[in-house]
Design a protein around this ligand. Structure first.
Ligand SMILES: [Zn+2]
Length: 423
């Protein structure tokens, strides 16, 4: 623990570039990858032809919206119909490094590039350093996360221990013996490792952790930091896209990755969503091996307000994940989305857990919110009224807010619980 850990490493000039410079750079890369994909990926060519778009129509970022969207949930059918990659691969299969299979099933190609999935920026932000022993508890088996994090850590000159998943006590032995200083994997497994190690009386030496693939509750992060002395930063990515965004040490939103194009699209109009408005995350990649153009992830996020980040990175931020497409229930003829509720609740630090409950009384839909507070409020009625008003504004339907005792709402409760019985 004696070594000074740099709070953040900004060794990539592109993280500091001015907006116009970034937009010009992304625009030029978009132009190049569209031309390549049109030439080499038959499905891209067919989709662009059907949309009446030619590569020459895409000159820069301002033309992005001309390109058709590919839905991630359509990939399994595309790949089944046109094996192995649905006509979206941009190089011959023999030029790939590895192929993975994720749930769906979706086959994920890995191109030849070092750090193909671009997680190195995220690890730099999390303070990973050359020569450090990085214990990687992400799976190396068939799905790509283990290799994704491995490649990024190696690109920083870290020494990676490919621990994979499971066998908690064996992993503790390995990490203790090697004095691993950094952790890669899910936050819940990190917690399991350090808690069990403490029970066993085995000292671990983790100082930095980069976690993905799960929600990271702030209470868990706080415990890992204060109880175990581990700095924990998180990122967001998918098996097909690699890294999409990541936290800096401000821990207040996730910077968009500078080497791909990240859009947040309004759920109704499909146009760019305003800051704070929930929208679907849609990503465009530049690697010629797998030139995914406007892949819609099904994940819902929102753009953070356009304010300079104290870390000096200039890329815009996302506010974290708010839910998945399909997380919607029709109430009084209107869609109520978990993501919209989440966006409001995030603005109230007093709120610890919540659930929207839809019931039906006398053939009328009823919407109510059960809310648990992190700490007791001075004036509960006033807080409930402010919450109800903010929710009404966002959700467009009136719903009562009921403050409930801690522990009333199950930890993994659905955000919108539809209890209506139709008979
Ligand atoms: Zn920042």
């Amino acid at each position: 623990m004696s070594t000074l850990r740099r709070s953040t490493i900004l060794d990539f000039g592109m993280e500091l570039e001015a907006d116009e410079v970034r937009q010009a750079r992304l625009g030029a890369r978009l132009r190049a990858v569209v031309a390549h994909a049109y030439e080499h990926a038959p499905r891209v060519r067919r989709a662009m032809d059907a949309a009446g778009v030619t590569p020459a129509d895409v000159r820069g970022l301002e033309d992005l919206q001309k390109l058709p969207i590919t839905r991630k949930d359509a990939l399994p059918a595309m790949q089944a119909e046109e094996a192995p990659f649905g006509g979206l691969l941009g190089v011959p299969v023999e030029r790939l490094a590895r192929v993975f299979m994720s749930p769906g099933p979706i086959f994920d190609p890995q191109g030849e590039a070092e750090d193909f999935w671009r997680f190195r920026h995220a690890l730099a932000a999390a303070g990973f350093r050359r020569g450090e022993i990085a214990h990687n508890s992400a799976s190396y088996h068939l799905t790509p996360l283990g290799f994704m994090l491995d490649a990024a850590a190696r690109s920083h000159g870290c020494v990676v221990v490919p621990a994979g998943v499971g066998q908690t006590e064996l992993q503790i032995k390995v990490a203790a013996h090697l004095k691993a200083t950094a952790y890669l994997g899910t936050p819940s497994f990190l917690h399991a490792l350090v808690s069990r190690a403490r029970e066993l009386g085995t000292p671990l030496h983790f100082e930095a952790a980069f976690v993905v693939a799960e929600m990271l509750p702030e209470s868990l992060r706080a415990e890992l930091e204060s109880e175990f002395g581990i700095r924990v930063l998180q990122g967001y990515g998918t098996a097909d896209l690699g890294c999409v965004s990541y936290e800096c040490t401000e821990k207040d939103g996730w910077h968009m990755h500078p080497e791909c194009i990240v859009e947040v699209l309004d759920l109704e109009t499909g146009k760019a969503a305003a800051p704070g408005q929930p929208g679907e995350v849609v990503v465009t990649l530049f690697d010629e091996a797998y030139p995914l153009l406007r892949l819609s992830t099904g994940d819902i996020s929102a753009l953070a307000p356009d304010l300079p980040c104290p870390c000096s990175r200039t890329a815009p931020k996302m506010t974290g994940l708010l839910g998945r497409i399909g997380d919607a229930v029709k109430v009084k003829g209107m869609f109520v989305r978990g993501a919209e509720i989440a966006a409001v609740m995030q603005r109230f630090p007093e709120v610890k857990r919540y659930q929207a409950v839809v019931t039906r009384e006398k053939h009328q839909d009823q919407l109510a919110y059960a809310v648990e507070l992190a700490v007791p409020a001075d004036d509960e009625a006033a807080l409930a009224a402010r919450l109800a008003s903010a929710l009404r504004e966002a959700v467009k339907i009136r719903g009562d807010v009921r403050l409930v005792p801690p522990g009333s709402i199950p930890e993994n409760a659905k955000r919108v619980d539809d209890r209506r019985v139709w008979k």
